[in-house]
Ligand binder design. Structure first.
Ligand SMILES: *Cc1c(COP(=O)(O)O)cnc(C)c1O
Length: 382
């Protein structure tokens, strides 16, 4: 029996799609550029161990994570891959980061000193990446002031300056600003007059929209940091790439069917009232699964390949949809409902659903909760 028959709400992850997306990124950036797979937030909701395992077989070079706990999750799957902590480190975390050979991101001299001191204590040399702020306004040294502190970091005996990087806040819709950021980064490297082995900036949007437009990005940046694109989603606003396929589908089942007469209201707060006799289905998923309450009265699901509107408020465990469509006359309890993904000839994309929930694909994916089992489909290697 297919294991999903016993699930009422589940996620399916396609290793084939993941492998295809990675292959497309590899082909786009070329052999000489390293791919840092961003697997923070449980690999964007896909499940960290499974995705990290598949990516190791798929030939990524480095992993990017958001906290030490996630880095240990990658380590537990396979040794040998460098792991970069993309966020700032807390003082209490420094000991474990050094002990587990995780590369920290340094954005202040304070952080550098904590790592220098701890590395000396553990008799180690810690490879570090320095973050430079060229316009994100988040982590890192401001690019104008970065030369002196970077030189001091490079001179610390127990640190090895392995990488330097920056981040784009608007790569999907502001190529001009992004190109200026690249120029600032390039100017900083020139003033630094020292070769840093790894230099990176590209997130998914930059990989698609900035690389190739800002001249000579290749030699300047020899690492890319894709997240969303690897999971098969082109950042909103950018043109479709046919080879990029979503890795995640979100599915549930019809748990109850009933008829509603005109004038009856549906769900909490009575935000929907039937204006005609209707047939409705209760779907066994709600905001407790990560199907956002913001989708109330706004989203559609697929049943037998037909679009069915969400009626009234999404509740914690259940969502009511309109199945009055004559094509759904034979619908039975237990049938599959697609919240995200393909069914029949139609597809509900993460981008579409995110838009209806007035959010972004990144949040939509990471909002799918722990209650939802992840089922993996296909082989992890070709
Ligand atoms: C999350 C993250 C990425 C990946 O971003 P996507 O838009 O998902 O490709 C890259 N770099 C940094 C620093 C990040 O925090």
């Amino acid at each position: 029996m297919n294991p999903t028959e016993l699930y009422r709400t589940w996620v399916e992850v396609s290793f084939d799609a993941l492998r295809g997306n990675l292959a497309w990124i590899r082909q786009r950036v070329g052999r000489r550029v390293k791919i840092m797979a961003v697997v923070k937030a449980d690999a964007y909701g896909h499940g960290l161990p499974q995705i990290a395992g598949a990516l190791m077989q798929g030939g990524v070079d480095i992993f990017g994570v958001a906290n030490p706990h996630e880095s240990l999750g990658v380590r537990a799957v396979g040794g040998g891959w460098p792991i970069l902590l993309l966020s700032a480190s807390l003082p209490a975390e420094v000991e474990a980061i050094v002990r587990n050979n995780i590369m920290p991101t340094l954005g202040s001299l304070d952080e550098a000193r904590w790592f220098q001191r701890e590395a000396a204590r553990q008799k180690k040399t810690v490879p570090v990446h320095v973050k430079v702020d060229t316009g994100m306004g988040r982590l890192g040294f401001w690019h104008e002031d970065a030369v002196a502190p970077i030189r001091r970091i490079a001179a610390m005996k127990h640190l090895r300056l392995q990488g330097i990087y920056t981040h784009f806040p608007s790569a999907e819709d502001d190529v001009e600003f992004s190109t200026e950021q690249v120029a600032k980064f390039r100017a900083l490297l020139r003033r630094l007059r020292r070769r840093v082995p790894l230099r990176h900036a590209d997130n998914s949007a930059a990989l698609l929209n900035v690389r190739g437009k800002a001249a000579q990005l290749g030699p300047l940046f020899n690492v890319v940091r894709p997240g969303l694109l690897m999971y098969g989603i082109v950042p909103p606003g950018l043109p479709r790439v046919p080879q990029i396929q979503p890795t995640l589908s979100f599915k549930s089942r019809v748990s109850f069917l009933k008829r509603i007469t005109a004038g009856r209201s549906i769900s909490y707060g009575r935000t929907y009232t039937a204006d005609r006799p209707m047939r409705v289905a209760v779907v066994a998923a709600g905001y407790g699964d990560g199907y956002s309450r913001d989708l109330s009265n706004r989203a559609e699901v697929l049943i037998r390949g037909r679009r069915c509107r969400v009626l009234g408020r999404v509740t914690m465990d259940q969502t009511i949809v309109d199945v009055s469509d004559p094509a759904l006359r034979g619908l039975r309890v237990g049938e599959e409902v697609v919240l995200l993904g393909r069914q029949g000839g139609d597809e509900i994309t993460v981008t579409e659903l995110a838009e209806r929930a007035r959010t972004i694909p990144w949040e939509m994916l990471t909002a799918i909760t722990k209650r939802v089992p992840r089922v993996y489909i296909g082989a992890t290697s070709a």
